[in-house]
Design a protein around this ligand. Structure first.
Ligand code: ITT
Length: 204
């Protein structure tokens, strides 16, 4: 059994990640995907990068340094709203303070967009996945999903900003999609499937 350690403390991300990496094998062996907590790793991580990719690399490298030559992946992601100059962007988790609920964060963004017409409510989720291999090599993969900010919170699935992120083709928020539907089209689904393919090609 091989092991991938995912450098995240976010349970919502971890649920999606497990689903997207389901059935992965490397060198013919099944792969167990563990969160850093499950792997017993607790290291301070200072996310002071200037981009999603940089922050993903910081997280992956910090956990790789504390692990025994495992494959380590990390996800840095966030919401860019065009009418707000791409806020909250890389500060998505810290927007209005880390301890503020997503209900408050979402409603604050909706209030700030109150006078913005539909065609200008464009936004995207961005996800950068960094991978550190046991030999220290590192690569990063980034992907996005385009959408629009709605007018109220909708749906109970997903996490974070999902209730206000509308997917035009579906006419629903990402919190109204099933996990399978979201993973098929999401920033995280696209970036992580590309990483999965690269790992499968590397014959590790
Ligand atoms: P880790 O760093 O431990 O992985 P985190 O929650 O701090 O967890 P980030 O720094 O990457 O993660 O911040 C991501 C932010 O973007 C966070 O506020 C999420 O709620 C939001 N976000 C990212 N992907 C999302 C998604 O698929 N749906 C809703 N919100 C999302």
């Amino acid at each position: 059994m091989r092991e991938i350690i995912f450098a995240t403390g976010n349970e919502g991300k971890m649920r999606e990640i497990r689903d997207i990496l389901k059935g992965l094998t490397l060198g013919g062996e099944p792969v167990a995907v563990h969160s850093m907590k499950e792997a017993g790793i607790d290291v301070p991580i200072k996310e002071d990068g200037k981009s999603f990719a940089e922050n993903a690399r910081i997280k992956a490298r910090a956990v790789a340094a504390a692990s025994q030559k495992a494959i380590v992946l990390a996800d840095d992601s966030g919401l860019e709203i065009d009418a707000l100059n791409k806020e909250p962007g890389i500060y998505s988790a810290r927007y209005l303070g880390e301890d503020t609920s997503y209900h408050e964060k979402n409603n604050n963004l909706l209030t700030r967009l109150a006078l913005v017409p539909d065609e200008k409510r464009t936004a995207r989720f961005v996800c950068a996945i960094a991978c550190v291999l046991p030999d220290g090599r590192c690569f990063t993969q980034e992907a996005t999903i385009e959408g629009r900010i709605g007018y109220e919170e909708k749906g109970e699935n997903g996490f974070g900003y999902d209730p206000i992120f509308m997917v035009p083709d579906y006419g629903r928020s990402t919190a109204e999609l099933s996990e399978e539907e979201k993973n098929r089209i999401s920033h995280r689904g696209k970036a992580l499937r590309a990483v999965r393919e690269r790992l499968e090609e590397l014959s590790l």
